[in-house]
Structures are given as C-alpha cells and as structure tokens.
Write a protein that binds this ligand. Structure first.
Ligand SMILES: CC(C)=CCC/C(C)=C/CC/C(C)=C/COP(=O)(O)OP(=O)(O)O
Length: 367
C-alpha cells in the first residue's frame, strides 16, 4: 500500500503539470522568504553523501554525485533569495585518507562539474556568481588544478555573488597559512641596508669576530629571509611538511618589539608584533573579501564543525545542524533554517534598541 502511494506521488510530481506546480510553489516560497532579512554569507558542510549511498545500495561516488545535485539546487535557492556568498566544504585535507577510488571519484566529479557549472549561461552566470577555490592549492594535482583555474578565470567577471569551494581545506591549515603570510608581510618592510646597527651588520660582525655575542639582542631579520639563509634559533620553520618560506616565532622567543623600543637599531623600522590584530589576520584569511559568515549549516545529524570555518564563525554566526543527509537537502529543509534565522534576526533587532536604551538609562542614572 505504502509503495503504491509513493509511486503515485512520484508519478504526479514528475509529470509536467506536477513539475510546473512544484516550481510555482518553490518560486512563491522563495518570494516570501525574500520579504525578510537575508543572510549575506552562508556556509554548508555537505555531510552524509556516503550514508545516503549506502542506504540506497549505491556506489559511494554516486552518493557524491547526488550531493553535487543538492548543492546546485541549494546554490540556486541562495542566489535567488539574495545571498551574496555561498561557501561549501567540498573536500577536506583529511579526505585524502579515503580509499583511492573515492578520492579519484571526487577529483573527477570536481573536474566534470566545475566545467559544467562554469559553462556560459549555466547557473553561476545566470546569477552573476564567480568561483573561488579556497584551500591548499599545492595539494591539488595538475589536471584538477587546470580545470579549477579555468573555472575561476571563466567566472571572474561575475561580480554579483560568490561560490567559495573549499578544496582541499581545513580551518587549521587556513589559519596556519594566514599566520604565515601575516608574518611574511610583517617582516617584509625592508629597512635601510648596512646601517651601522642593522641586525645583519651585527651578525656579520659577530661572524667575523669583531663583536662577541654576550650582548647580542634577539635577532630580527632586517630583510625577508631566503630559505636556509638563517641558521639561528629565533626563527624556525613552522611546518614539518612545508619549508616554503614559512617562518614562525617559537614559544619563548624574545618579543621583537623590545628591539624597536630599545631603539638600538637606529632608524631601522623593526616589526612590532603589537601591530598584529584580529584585522591583520582577517586580511590573510581566504574569505577576507567576503561579508561576515551569517549562517552555517551542517547536515546528517553530526553536531561538530570538523575544522570548517573555525575563524569565520563569530559571535553572530547562527549554526544549524540538520538531521537530513546532504543529497536529500532541499528547499523543504532550508526554508526552516532560513525562517528560524530570520526570526532570530528580528528577535535580536528587537532586543538591540531596548538593550541600548537600558545601557543609556543605566549610564544617566549613574551620572
Ligand atoms: C565541484 C564540487 C563543488 C563538488 C562537490 C561535491 C560534493 C557534494 C562533495 C562533498 C564531499 C564530501 C566529503 C562530503 C561529506 O560526506 P561524506 O562523504 O563524509 O558522507 P558520510 O558522512 O555519510 O560518510
């Protein structure tokens, strides 16, 4: 009986009039949603593809294909609603540890779908969305990278919306990269060379025996270091796997600012770590150009962030965990997330003026 009902339902919904009616209803719902506030930046942790495949006795890779279809549907809903940036976790660095055939399947899927997505007139072009690939580029093999670069180049003229594809990504790798490039930027202003008190000059003198090391101040390079240029202990390679120009200050290192405060180096402008703020790091994070993350959605019932958007989740990011598996995720699920987000926005807007009034009142009472 249940089988007959579900078959009948499928027949109706998949018939041309059924499809037309469903599309009309979707448009109506999206139109209604657009009447309220809309998150500017939404991230999806698309979880549950393999469980979806297993429960339907499909190949794992087929589960990922269905996952991509869900992504295309959700992306369209987002852009139609007015979301500016959609960020998706398409491949974690940890995913390289999955069986070879699955990793290969995901690479092929990325290649085929990115070509498709960025073909002129397809979904991204329709909504004026450009593609950006966020993650550890050096871990992507050449044939995939080529397709990704082409996708980015083909859509770079689109300036209404963004699709951030995190591939291969983890937040810790993103933050490490951001810190590394912050340090590189921080050390890059080149001071006047060979001034009598420049660190390199002092180093030269020590090496040539003209100065003993007793009064040696903590050394800060006065010019960007080349790999292997410096053998001292105060600048160290921060990553065992990657020695490409990375420099970290190990725990217990003397604070570089002491140097600049002491003024020992004359007119040399030495980096001051006090100048590194949240905003400095933010500028080096992959999503630096994007609006703050308003909404984070993870499917499949797992309630963890799993190294995704750890920096971007701030005090006003609303995090939603949904039980449904990603390939099943559609407007019927997303609408509740959006409605709840809109409701929470209204609540916090309502609280804000009274909160402010309360503070002002408290202040006037104290005065
Ligand atoms: C081009 C492009 C953007 C492609 C995206 C395709 C896509 C949906 C990728 C997601 C891959 C992935 C590791 C999902 C997590 O589910 P899981 O495999 O961990 O499933 P499980 O939780 O059931 O084990």
């Amino acid at each position: 009986m249940a089988d007959t009902v579900s078959l009948l339902r499928r027949l109706i919904l998949e018939s041309p009039p059924g499809e037309w009616a469903v599309n009309q209803l979707r448009e109506l719902l999206i139109g209604a949603l657009k009447q309220g506030p809309i998150p500017q930046h939404v991230a999806f942790e698309m979880d549950g593809n393999r469980r979806y495949a297993r429960s339907r006795r499909m190949e794992t890779v087929e589960g990922h294909h269905r996952g991509f279809e869900a992504l295309a549907r959700i992306m369209e809903i987002c852009y139609k609603c007015g979301v500016k940036v959609v960020t998706v976790y398409a491949f974690s660095i940890e995913n390289f540890n999955r069986p070879k055939y699955e990793v290969e399947g995901l690479m092929q899927l990325a290649k085929v779908k990115l070509e498709q997505l960025t073909t002129y007139g397809d979904i991204l072009d329709r909504y004026g969305a450009c593609v950006r690939i966020l993650g550890q580029r050096e871990m992507i093999r050449d044939d995939v990278l080529e397709v990704m670069d082409r996708a980015v180049a083909r859509t770079k003229h689109n300036n209404k919306a963004v699709l951030n594809i995190c591939f291969p990504y983890t937040s810790r790798a993103e933050m490490t990269t951001a810190i590394r490039s912050t340090v590189q930027e921080f050390l890059s202003p080149t001071p006047p060379k060979n001034t009598p008190f420049s660190p390199s000059r002092i180093r030269q003198k020590i090496l040539s025996g003209q100065l003993d090391g007793r009064d040696l101040l903590p050394t800060i390079p006065d010019e960007p270091l080349d790999d292997g240029e410096y053998e001292g202990k105060d600048i160290d390679d921060g990553d065992d796997n990657d020695s490409s120009g990375s420099a970290t200050l190990p725990p217990g290192s003397p604070e570089p600012r002491l140097l600049s405060r002491s003024g020992s180096y004359g007119s040399t402008t030495l980096p001051n770590p006090d100048n590194i703020t949240v905003d400095t790091i933010e500028r080096h994070i992959y999503t630096a150009d994007d609006p703050p993350l308003d909404l984070f959605v993870r499917t499949s019932g797992v309630e963890r962030l799993s190294d995704f958007m750890l920096w971007q989740c701030h005090q006003d990011t609303h995090i939603f965990f949904r039980k449904c598996l990603w390939p099943d995720f559609d407007l019927k699920d997303f609408i509740w997330v959006l409605l709840e987000w809109q409701w929470r926005q209204k609540q916090s807007d309502r609280e804000k003026p009274s909160g402010r009034a309360g503070t002002a009142k408290a202040r006037s009472m104290m005065e």
